[in-house]
Design a binder for this molecule. Structure first.
Ligand SMILES: NC(=O)c1ccc[n+]([C@@H]2O[C@H](COP(=O)([O-])OP(=O)(O)OC[C@H]3O[C@@H](n4cnc5c(N)ncnc54)[C@H](OP(=O)(O)O)[C@@H]3O)[C@@H](O)[C@H]2O)c1
Length: 231
């Protein structure tokens, strides 16, 4: 069965690892991120991948994604909303721009791309939307208010869309990863020990397995933590 897999945020971290893993199983890939040279390197390594350079928060990339998937063979279209930014810090010390930035990428970008791709999913009668959310939606963590709000919006949107589209062959999966050792932590002031986090390839491997779930069942939620739990 051939499928079209759209992965946002494929230039580094989990998205990159997932793209490389998925390329081995023969899916046709559409990869999206802003850092052109990194993204093109990943696409080259995947071989069966189209690279679309741009921000998920901007409308042109949504249109480019629709054009790209229409040109690819596949019985099913799968969108992995993985692109995300984290601006952790005390709520008092943050300002409106910090929250807006996270909302634009983590929530509105994913929402715009989902909206753009649903018609192509309906045409093929089969689609999946998989959202990379976070463990912060299961256990409240200080310093994450803006990030948590953006991820909660995407979670809520997907639950509503699941009810709206399940009879038309589109399913929604919310994934809640705990700390994973990716570059997202590079910019954070303090963070848990990296050697206790889930290695990014291991997290990608589990998410890739979830993507292989046959269409006679749906994983609606998937919580994945390091063996030590919430770090
Ligand atoms: N690592 C963890 O502990 C952890 C835990 C729970 C959830 N998550 C979530 O996992 C996802 C992947 O993060 P990661 O840990 O792999 O971090 P990462 O290495 O920083 O990767 C983030 C990816 O998102 C892309 N991105 C950011 N803003 C974008 C935009 N406006 N448009 C397009 N692409 C954008 C980045 O590419 P460009 O900069 O090239 O655009 C990069 O490829 C995120 O949604 C994150 O919230 C991570």
């Amino acid at each position: 069965l051939s499928r079209v897999l759209v992965i946002t945020g494929a230039s580094s971290g989990l998205g990159r690892a997932l793209a490389l893993r998925a390329a081995q199983s023969g899916d046709n890939l559409v990869l999206i991120a802003r850092r052109e040279s990194l993204l093109r390197e990943v696409a080259l390594e995947c071989k069966n991948a189209v690279a679309l350079v741009g921000s998920v928060a901007d409308e042109p990339i949504w249109k480019a994604a629709v054009q790209a998937v229409r040109q690819l063979e596949g019985d099913e279209i799968i969108l992995v909303n993985n692109a995300g930014i984290a601006r952790f810090g005390s709520f008092h010390d943050q300002d409106f721009n910090t929250w807006r930035e996270q909302m634009d990428t983590n929530l509105l970008g994913a929402m715009g791309l989902t909206h753009a791709l649903i018609p192509a999913m309906l045409e093929r009668g089969a689609g999946r939307v998989v959202n990379i959310l976070s463990i912060v939606l299961k256990t409240a963590l200080p310093g994450t208010a803006g990030y948590t709000a953006s991820k909660a919006g995407l979670e809520a949107m997907s639950r509503a869309l699941s009810a709206e589209y399940r009879k038309q062959g589109i399913t929604f999966t919310n994934i809640y990863p705990g700390a994973s050792n990716t570059s997202i932590w590079d910019a954070q002031q303090g963070h848990p020990p990296r050697d206790q986090m889930i290695p990014e390839d291991s997290l990608a491997d589990t998410i890739h397995q979830a993507l292989q779930t046959p269409r006679d069942r749906v994983i609606e939620e998937l919580v994945i933590t390091p063996p030590l739990g919430i770090l």
